[in-house]
Ligand binder design. Structure first.
Ligand code: AHR
Length: 324
């Protein structure tokens, strides 16, 4: 009889141990059991765009909407994103949302998420993986088209002889790759265009300012700044103003993102063209997760419709209604 009780206890204990091994730490806090848990690995807080994007995700994945969002800021470092994804897997989240820093280097960690059975949704930038079943779907911008839009405006609105300064975003990110490709393609078509300076400004205001300051110090002559985001353009504007150069007039500026503060500079004439890159992805990603929850298959790739703004097409009402 004693033996039978001991055996039953052993069976119970083994069952308990197995259950713990299969199910990692339960991410839900008491009272939150019914919430869908989403781990979001964000690039960082390098730009107004990024801050608007984080706010949109936080708003969309609120407890009121039925979610618990675990937000991890990677400070623009891919290693931190890989660690965050592994932590999400260990916590047993329901979905992983990844805004990737760069396009390459995701195969191993996403294979781990796949083995754990956790769907991965990509937002904003894209990735290059050998097996595209490693992610469920992607939603974001057509960065190459953004670059082409900017180059076309330069063709139509600036003189045919152009010495171009190119402030790039983080090298290897889709936003940098697409926008740089747009400019390169136009450069090869226009014999009067030359690239007098090109360097990464990491999408930050400080770096944009530093690059233009050092360029002015060197005495490099240029006619236009092609800045791959608004924050680097703000830095460039400060540097030009400090040197007594009028941005937008003496030196035209083409920028990307079209955040509210930058669009006000378009109205003021300090930025000549701002190509939209819309960061309000929260509702879009939530709609994808709702589809998955219902057992539906979302489209593998979804491009957001975007436009561009110059002083002629812009009004204060348009800026007020844009939400970032
Ligand atoms: O990937 C989108 C880009 O990343 C935005 O243009 C930039 O501002 C951000 O940091």
């Amino acid at each position: 009889m004693k033996k039978a009780r001991l055996l039953a206890l052993l069976v119970c204990l083994t069952g308990l141990l197995c259950a713990c091994a299969q199910r990692p730490a339960d991410p839900a806090k008491p009272g939150e059991r019914e919430l869908v848990v989403v781990g979001f690995s964000q690039v960082g807080a390098e730009s107004d765009w990024r801050i608007g994007n984080t706010a949109s995700m936080v708003q969309a994945f609120s407890a009121g909407n039925g979610y618990r969002l675990i937000l991890e800021d990677a400070q623009q470092k891919q290693e931190k994103q890989i660690t965050a994804i592994r932590n999400f897997i260990n916590q047993g989240v329901d979905y992983i949302v990844l805004a990737p820093t760069t396009e390459n280097g995701w195969d191993t960690v996403l294979a781990e998420a796949k083995t754990a059975g956790i769907p991965v949704i990509l937002v904003d930038r894209r990735i290059e993986v050998a097996d595209d079943s490693l992610f469920t779907c992607w939603v974001g911008s057509d960065f190459r088209e953004e670059g082409d839009t900017a180059a076309k405006w330069m063709e139509e609105n600036l003189p045919p002889m152009l010495r171009i300064v190119h402030l790039q975003g983080n090298i290897g990110s889709s936003a940098q790759i697409g926008r740089s490709e747009g400019l390169s393609a136009a450069l090869s078509k226009h014999p009067g265009w030359s690239l007098v300076f090109e360097a990464p400004g990491d999408f930050t205001q400080a770096k944009g300012q530093e690059l233009i300051e050092s360029l002015l110090k060197d005495g490099t002559a240029f006619d236009v700044i092609y800045s791959e985001n608004d924050n680097m353009a703000y830095g460039a504007i400060s540097a030009l103003k400090s040197a007594g150069i009028t941005p937008g007039k003496d030196i035209p500026i083409v920028s990307f993102d079209a955040s509210a503060a930058a669009l006000r500079l378009v109205l003021k004439g300090e930025i000549n063209l701002d190509v939209e890159c819309n960061p309000l992805h929260g509702p879009r990603v939530r709609a994808i997760i709702e589809q998955l929850q219902r057992g539906e298959t979302p489209s593998k790739y979804t491009y957001v419709d975007e436009t561009s703004f110059d002083a002629e097409s812009l009004t204060e009402e348009i800026i007020a209604g844009r939400g970032y």
